[in-house]
Ligand binder design. Sequence first.
Ligand code: NDP
Length: 287
Amino acid sequence: MAILLKGSEAAGAIKERITSGISQLSKMGVVPGLGIVRVGEKPDDIAYERSALKKCAGLGIESKVVALPESAGTADLIDVIEQLNGDRNVHGILILRPLPDNIDIKRIKTVISPQKDIDCLNPVNIAMLFEGDRDGFSPCTPKAVMEIIDDNGIDLTGKRVTIVGRSMVVGKPLSMMMLNRNATVTICHTKTKNLPEVCKEADILVAAAGKAKMVTADFVSEGQIVIDVGINTDRDGNLCGDVDFVSVEPVVGAITPVPGGVGAVTTSVLAEHVVKAAMKQNNLSAK
Ligand code: NDP
């Protein structure tokens, strides 16, 4: 039976750091604030927004949501971001992605203040991530993967890591974070040949393709660590990952569940980034 890498344990460690940061801020009379920007009414966005609001409320972080209609244009979104950039009570800004096609994401990216860019949209933070400079903000989901790795004492040095997915939200930034920790990284995508064989060779396999249960027993090998980033619904309408847990779990050494794995850590990372942003904006040292 594989070891279950539950997100709740990593989230617990993050909570301790958040509590310590919040208590330092409260001595200065500062309450960390999150501004969420949503365009449209996509159920995925609303679900993520709801869990972020719940997480922040439970920790003493103030949040506000600015929801724009699906028809909003690039200029409307820029106005909202500029207002939040200038709002002293908002320390971190989360723009829910992907944005509708009519929005010019290239322009949006540069408008968000790098100091408030808690999900790593601005090219300034992306460059810092690629350079391995920890002063910037990394995207929350790949950071959640790293938290699970660290919380379980997994040393990445020299490990062969295969990541299925190359999006800017998960796959690409995660590959850089793993590389910065001396892993040997392979990134797979829809044009990868012999995907199951490539996946089998890894010590650590990360599935971030957004395809329900696509990683089956044919993709994995004995003793492997499998991290499932996917959040999908299966044919019966149940929440599931990119990994077919039932066939994969008996083969591998350790595996994250869905739900209760990476997703359970992502909003904790988000909350920690808000606190980190608030600390930096108030000249307190933050990791
Ligand atoms: P995208 O759709 O943006 O990217 C998917 C990537 O997977 C692409 O690079 C694509 O390749 C690749 N891919 C898709 N199908 C296959 C396939 N059959 N074989 C090989 N590669 C494939 O998704 P995201 O990166 O935004 O999200 C990935 C998953 O992570 C989703 O399930 C999403 O719900 C989940 N997610 C989870 C979060 C969490 O907190 N746990 C937060 C954010 C996302 P190509 O580039 O060639 O098209």
